[in-house]
Design a protein around this ligand. Structure first.
Ligand code: AHM
Ligand code: MG
Length: 332
């Protein structure tokens, strides 16, 4: 079997399709390298003393885990000096991180959730890294304003899952490909080219404990799923909830499904739970590139014009026809 490493894949994309600028290729390679480093730290777990709380809060008032902080530092350090970035922003930092003056600057903006699903760290379940790449408009200072572009402007997005194996899923706007980390060789190898999400599904993912706080259309929709064969949907549904978006989305990319973190009355003033710039947008780009759909239940996620870096949105994504069904419930 032809073994295609991530480096070879990126070089071939650049050469054959001309679709991948050199700086973007470098950026993706550097992010992938950082993910390998994070994967090693997570793999060592308690042995490396990386589990547990960091004793600090992030800008959203959430308690940071040691691995949240460590993963953020790894991504910052890896990406600072290559000359491909104008600035970075992260779930774990209040403001964008400018490239230090001693390094050259590039045209890209990198946004990431360094460790998604942190509540799963200490219980040894899958966690991941999510990232999104934008271009900094010419002549614009890479301040928060430069980042506030809708998801349609993303030039690349991806996520890593640190699970039984470490995988990296990537799109540059030409489909979605999945790589598996060969731990002995230290390289990501293409294992699932051109991922595609089935249009229909019988599996949903939602945190059911929030049911009574959802808006009425979402309550009606999920009730109808639960009624199964006897209800209006005429089929039984299965449910999964890992509480790591990366793992839930990866399952959907592999076998279909619908993932929802809808608006609920507890966080109505915040706009939702998941963050637009570094959770919803990159996942929406990937899901759409794999033939699925991603909405807020009312609007395509990638069309939302961000008003702040840490903005939150409701998220409904996955199998196309099921996502459309959710929109229908919200229209009636
Ligand atoms: P995090 O980035 O702080 O880890 O939070 C995001 C995570 C998602 O991965 C997951 O889908 C969701 O929060 C789980 O939330 P809950 O614990 O409310 O079920
Ligand atoms: Mg997250």
């Amino acid at each position: 079997m032809r073994r295609i490493t991530l480096s070879r894949y990126l070089i071939e994309q650049q050469r054959e399709k001309g679709s991948l600028p050199g700086d973007l290729r470098l950026l993706i390679e550097v992010v992938a390298r950082a993910c390998k480093t994070i994967s090693v730290a997570i793999g060592k777990g308690e042995l490396a003393g990386v589990l547990g709380g960091a004793g600090s809060d992030n800008v959203q008032g959430e308690a940071q885990k040691k691995l949240d902080v460590l993963s953020n530092d790894i991504l910052l350090e890896a990406n600072e000096w290559g000359g491909h970035l104008a600035a970075m922003a992260s779930e774990e930092m209040d403001d964008p991180h400018p490239i230090p003056n001693r390094y050259p600057k590039g045209e890209y903006l990198l946004v990431f959730d360094p460790l998604d699903g942190s509540s799963n760290i200490d219980v040894n379940l899958s966690v991941g890294t999510i990232f999104s790449v934008l271009r900094c408009a010419e002549g614009m200072e890479p301040t928060e304003q430069a980042f506030l572009q809708p998801g349609t402007k993303q030039v690349a997005a991806g996520y890593a899952v640190y699970g039984p194996s470490t995988i990296l899923v990537l799109t540059t706007g030409d489909g979605v490909d999945c790589f598996t980390l060969d731990r002995e060789q230290g390289s990501f190898v293409l294992t699932q080219p051109k991922m595609s999400i089935p249009e229909d599904t019988k599996e949903f993912a939602i945190n059911m404990s929030n049911q009574r706080f959802w808006e009425p259309p979402m309550q009606r929709y999920v009730n109808d799923l639960l009624l199964g064969k006897e209800g209006p949907r005429g089929k039984d549904f299965n449910m999964r909830w890992v509480a790591s978006m990366v793992a839930d989305v990866h399952r959907i990319l592999t076998r279909g499904g619908i993932f929802m973190y809808p608006l609920d009355s507890k966080m109505k003033d915040k706009g939702g739970k998941l963050r637009l710039m570094y959770e919803a947008n990159p996942m929406a780009f990937i899901v759409e590139q794999a033939g699925g759909a991603a909405t807020t239940a009312r609007q395509r996620i990638m069309d939302v014009q961000p008003s702040s870096l840490h903005q939150r949105v409701p998220v409904v994504l996955g199998s196309k026809n099921e996502v459309a069904m959710v929109t229908k419930y919200h229209q009636s």
